[in-house]
Ligand binder design. Structure first.
Ligand code: FAD
Length: 274
C-alpha cells in the first residue's frame, strides 16, 4: 500500500469534536504518514486550527500538519503562529495563499503562497517540511494554464518540499500536470488529493467553487441513482478506488484523502485498495 495522509477540518462544537475523535481513531488504523488540519482565512477561525493540531499530536499521537494561509494575516500574526506550531512540535506545514471571504478586506502583506514559503524558510530554515497546493485542472483564478504552471514552479523553488493537489476525477489531468511541471524543472513529489464521494450535491457545490471537474458520465450516473444512498456510496467508492489504483500504478508517490471529518467514505475506498 502506498503512503497515505488524511485531511481534517477544525471542529467548532463539542459534537463535532467527538465526531472527529471517532473518525481519527478509525482512520489511524490505516497508519497515515501524517494528517493535516485546514485553516480558515477569517481571523475568528485561527485558533481552531492550532487547537486541533495540538489535539491530533497529543491525544492521537499523529504527525499533524497545520494548513497556514497568508492572505488574511499580517507578517507578525503569521510569525507568531509559526512559532506556536514549532513549540507544539510540528515538523510539517501546508503553506497556502488562501481565499479571503468576499467583502473581507484587503490581501495581507504576503500576497501569494510563494511569498509565504519564502517567509517560512527565512524564519525557520529547514525546520518545517513545507507542502504546497497544486492544481492539475488549473487554479480557477489563473490567467491561463501555462502561467499557473510557472507560478507553481516559483512556489516550489521558493522552498517547498512536496505538493498536494486539488482533488480531481480525471487521472489524465494529474499525469499531464506532473509531466508539464517536470519539464519546467520541478522535481518535488506531487501527491494527488483524493475526495471520496459521500454526498453528491455537496460535492457538486464544492467542485463549482474550486474548479474541479466532475465528468459528465459520473454526473449522469449520480443523477440516476438519486436518493439511493447505498448505491451512491458503492458507485462513488468504486469510482474513487479505481482512480487511486490508476494514479498509484502510474507513479503517484502517495494519496492524500480529503476526509471532511468522516471515516466511512475514505475507509470504503481504502478497503477496495487492499
Ligand atoms: P497560490 O499558489 O498563491 O496561487 C493562487 C493564484 O495566484 C493562482 O491562480 C496562481 O496562478 C496565481 N499566482 C501565483 N503567483 C503569482 C504571481 N507571482 N503573479 C500572478 N499570479 C500568481 N484554503 C484555505 O483557505 N484553507 C485551507 O486550509 C486550504 N487547504 C488547501 C489544501 C490543498 C491541498 C489545496 C489544493 C487547496 C487548499 N486551500 C485551502 C485552497 C487554496 O487556499 C485556494 O485554492 C487559493 O485560491 C489558492 O491558494 P494557493 O496556495 O494555491 O495560492
Amino acid at each position: 500500500m502506498t503512503a497515505i495522509s488524511f485531511e481534517f477540518f477544525p471542529p467548532k462544537t463539542d459534537e463535532q469534536r467527538a465526531q472527529l475523535d471517532r473518525t481519527v481513531a478509525r482512520l489511524a488504523r490505516h497508519r497515515p504518514e501524517f494528517v493535516s488540519c485546514t485553516f480558515g482565512a477569517g481571523g475568528s477561525t485561527l485558533s481552531y486550527t492550532a487547537d486541533t493540531v495540538r489535539h491530533l499530536l497529543q491525544r492521537h499521537g499523529l504527525d499533524a500538519a497545520p494548513h497556514l494561509s497568508c492572505v488574511g494575516g499580517s507578517c507578525d500574526e503569521i510569525a507568531a503562529l509559526l512559532d506556536e506550531y514549532r513549540e507544539l512540535g510540528c515538523r510539517r506545514i501546508v503553506a497556502l495563499r488562501g481565499d479571503l471571504p468576499s467583502g473581507m478586506g484587503q490581501p495581507g502583506e504576503l500576497r501569494y503562497a510563494s511569498d509565504l514559503v519564502a517567509f517560512i524558510r527565512k524564519r525557520h530554515g529547514d525546520h518545517f517540511r513545507i507542502e504546497v497546493a497544486a492544481y492539475p485542472e488549473t487554479h480557477p483564478q489563473a490567467d491561463d494554464a501555462l502561467a499557473d504552471l510557472r507560478h507553481f514552479r516559483t512556489k516550489v523553488h521558493a522552498g517547498a518540499d512536496s505538493a498536494i493537489t486539488q482533488y480531481f476525477y480525471n487521472a489524465d489531468a494529474y499525469f499531464h500536470f506532473v509531466d508539464a511541471v517536470r519539464a519546467l524543472g520541478v522535481e518535488v513529489p506531487i501527491v494527488p488529493g483524493i475526495m471520496p464521494i459521500s454526498n453528491f450535491s455537496q460535492l457538486r457545490r464544492f467542485s463549482a467553487q474550486c474548479g474541479a471537474e466532475i465528468p459528465r458520465w459520473v454526473e449522469k450516473k449520480m443523477q440516476a441513482l438519486g436518493d439511493d444512498v447505498e448505491a451512491v456510496r458503492e458507485f462513488g467508492a468504486d469510482l474513487v478506488a479505481k482512480l487511486c489504483r490508476r494514479l498509484v500504478e502510474g507513479g503517484a508517490p502517495g494519496l492524500h484523502f480529503y476526509t471532511l471529518n468522516l471515516a466511512r467514505p475514505t475507509q470504503a475506498v481504502l478497503a477496495r485498495l487492499q
